[in-house]
Ligand binder design. Structure first.
Ligand SMILES: [Fe+2]
Length: 320
């Protein structure tokens, strides 16, 4: 039994227009049908973010995963503390709907794999000591030469959980995922077993479940920087970046969405082609968030989906 990849995350939000504006500004394309918006990467024909408007506040609805052998997964779920449920009202009955022991909902679907991403015409190259790979051309063009940054694909989501290690246990046992790395019992990163980004679903400790961020791959670190600055200028809320994670090694820039959660542009994440050849590391907390970067915003890991945690910033704490 196995989960093969991440397809989308669905969020309930108060104002569909604000959601479409934010994710459009981030470089996704919108299709709006009634009170739902389907936000997709331009090079893909499926949504990566689904927004359902009219909710009293932002709340994660479910994570959609590409999977195989759904019958075997369904059989294993009850003994692992999960629940196989009917499709929620208004959602497709196909596939397998699952709640984990904390109530986080997953929709597992048989779905074709994404096609490979195109290699950029001018790949990112770094001249280093004794290693000159870029000659007779400038790395950076005049600002006006660049088109707006467009995310290539949804790479991972990070969600809150009241018990990080129990959530990891569930997705590894029930979905056949692997623990990539963790920092104590505060944050953990899981991948699929073959040809996976370092993390596909990550978990951070909080008082309850919730959505922290969705992360989109862009071509290179320059696009992380340019995309992040451009979205920050439009969104006007918080940001964290440009920086580089220790766990996963990806360059990042996070921009706060209208509900206090985050959108991440990333580039150059570690890749696990064969999980059987990977050894997870348990990092100390000083490596939990970043190797380097700006000071972490006070509410970066605050779970605004908990009762009594409104956004913006009427009540903040260091950990949700
Ligand atoms: Fe991330």
């Amino acid at each position: 039994m196995a989960v093969l990849g991440l397809l989308s995350v669905t969020l309930e939000i108060p104002d569909i227009e604000a959601g479409v504006r934010f994710y459009s500004d981030a470089g996704l394309s919108a299709t709006v049908e009634g009170n739902r918006a389907y936000m997709r990467c331009e090079t893909q024909d499926r949504a990566s973010i689904v927004l359902v408007g009219g909710a009293p506040r932002k709340r994660i609805h479910h994570i959609q995963l590409r999977a195989e052998r759904l019958d075997e997964i369904a059989t294993a779920i009850p003994s692992l503390g999960g629940l196989v449920t009917d499709a929620p009202a208004g959602f497709a009955p196909e596939g397998l709907w699952v709640r984990d022991p904390h109530g986080m909902m997953f929709h597992l679907c048989e779905h074709p794999a994404d096609s490979d991403l195109a290699i950029p015409p001018t790949p990112f190259e770094i001249n280093g000591p004794g290693r000159i790979v870029r000659k007779r051309r400038s790395a950076i063009m005049p600002k006006q030469s660049y088109l707006p940054v467009r995310p290539l694909r949804l790479g991972h989501v990070l969600v809150f959980t009241p018990d990080v290690l129990a959530s990891v246990e569930f997705v590894t046992q029930a979905f056949g995922m692997g623990l990539a790395d963790r920092a104590q019992d505060i944050i953990a990163f899981t991948c699929t077993r073959n040809d996976s980004d370092h993390h596909v679903i990550a978990f951070a400790k909080s008082g309850g479940i919730g959505f922290h961020h969705a992360s989109f791959q862009v071509a290179d670190p320059d696009e992380v920087g340019r995309g992040g600055r451009a979205l920050l200028a439009k969104a006007g809320l918080g940001d964290w970046g440009f920086g580089r994670h220790t766990i996963g090694s990806n360059f990042f820039h996070y921009i706060q969405d209208p509900w206090g959660s985050w959108f991440e542009y990333y580039a150059d994440i570690d890749h696990i082609d064969d999980y059987s050849a990977w050894t997870p590391t348990n990092y100390s907390m000083e490596d939990a968030l970043a190797s380097w970067g700006p000071e972490v915003p006070q509410d970066f890991v605050h779970n605004y989906e908990l009762d009594g945690a409104p956004f913006p910033r009427e009540s903040i704490g260091s950990l949700g």
